[in-house]
Design a protein around this ligand. Sequence first.
Ligand SMILES: NC(=O)c1ccc[n+]([C@@H]2O[C@H](COP(=O)([O-])OP(=O)(O)OC[C@H]3O[C@@H](n4cnc5c(N)ncnc54)[C@H](OP(=O)(O)O)[C@@H]3O)[C@@H](O)[C@H]2O)c1
Length: 319
Amino acid sequence: MRGVILQENGPIDTLGLGEIAAPVSTSDEILVRVHAAAVNPADVKVVTGEGGAGFIHAMRFPMAVGFDFSGVVEHVGPEVTSRAVGDEVFGHLAYSRSTRQGSFAEFVAVKPASVGIKPSSVSHEDAAAAATVGCTALQALRDKGGLKSGQRVLINGASGGVGSYAVQIARLLGAEVWGTASAAKADFVRGLGAAEVIDYRSTPLVSLGETFDVLLDAAAMSSFADTRHLLNRGGAYVTLLPSLSLFGGMMLSLFNNKRCTFVTVQSRAADLDQLGAWMATGDLDASVERTYSLSEVGDALAALQSGAVQGKLAIRVNG
Ligand SMILES: NC(=O)c1ccc[n+]([C@@H]2O[C@H](COP(=O)([O-])OP(=O)(O)OC[C@H]3O[C@@H](n4cnc5c(N)ncnc54)[C@H](OP(=O)(O)O)[C@@H]3O)[C@@H](O)[C@H]2O)c1
C-alpha cells in the first residue's frame, strides 16, 4: 500500500512517500481503508525517535507513521459482529510499544472496540482530527479529573490540539472554563467558549489568584507541586506526560486533599461515538486549521513543531 514511510529516525524530512505491505487483520479485527488522518506531537516523536518514541510505537523499520484515522471498513474478521463492511469509522492506533502500523497510509487493521462510527454529516478530516485529542480531553476531564457540571476548570495550553478540545468538552460537561494561551491565539480560545484567557508568557500560571476544581495541563509544562495552590479542596491536577515531577506530585498528593494524576489516552468506541455525536450536532468544532495531502505530511509536522498551529491539522489520504 501507499503511505508515508520512515526508514530510520531522523529530522522530519527523513519521511517520504513509498510502498509498504498493508497490515493484515486478524479474525477479531477490521481492516479500514483510511480516507483522512491528522497529525499529533506523537508523530514528531516517532519520526525523530525522541521523547519516548519507543513507548508509543514498536519502531520496526521500514514503517508507516501516524496514529489518527477516519475511513471505511473494507474487511471484517469472522469473529467481528459489531462492525460491517462499508461502515464509516474513526479512531486512533494504540500509543503502545506493540503498534507496528501507521495511519498516513491506505489501510489500518484495528479492533472494532477501538473505533467509533463517524456520523455521515462529519467529514473524514474532522473525525480523524478529533480522535486522539478528543479522547484525551474527555478521558482527562471526565475520568481522571472527575469534572462535574457547575465546577471551574483551568486548561493550560488551551490553543493546542488537546487544549482546544478540552475547552469545548469542559463547556459541554457544564463547567466554567479558563484557559492559557499565547496572546496571538487568545481570540481563538475565547471563540471555543473560554470565559477567561490568560497569556502564559506575561502571567505565569503559578501567579494566578484564582482557584479551580480541575487543572488540566494540556501543554504538560507545569507540576502539581508548583500549582496545587490553584486547586480547591478535593480538586484534581491532570497532566499528559509522565515525568519525575509527576511522580513527585503523586507522592505529595498522598499527604493533602488534592489529587495529582495523568492520562494515557485510549481509543474507545463509546468515547469516539460521543465525540461524533457532539460534532454532528455542531456542539464540538473539530478546529481543523488546514488539511494537507499525503505528500505534504512533512510540511504539516513542521508546522506543528513550529508552534504556529491553532487547533488541528488534518491529512487527506484517499480521495
Ligand atoms: N497522555 C496522553 O495520552 C497524550 C495524548 C495526547 C497528547 N499528549 C501530549 O500532550 C502534549 C500536548 O499535545 P497537543 O496535541 O495538544 O499539542 P499541540 O497541539 O502542539 O499544543 C501544544 C500547546 O502547548 C501550549 N504551550 C506551549 N508552551 C507553553 C507554556 N510554556 N505554557 C503553557 N502552554 C504552552 C501551546 O500554546 P501556544 O500555541 O498558544 O503557545 C499549545 O496550546 C504533547 O506533548 C503530546 O505528546 C499526551
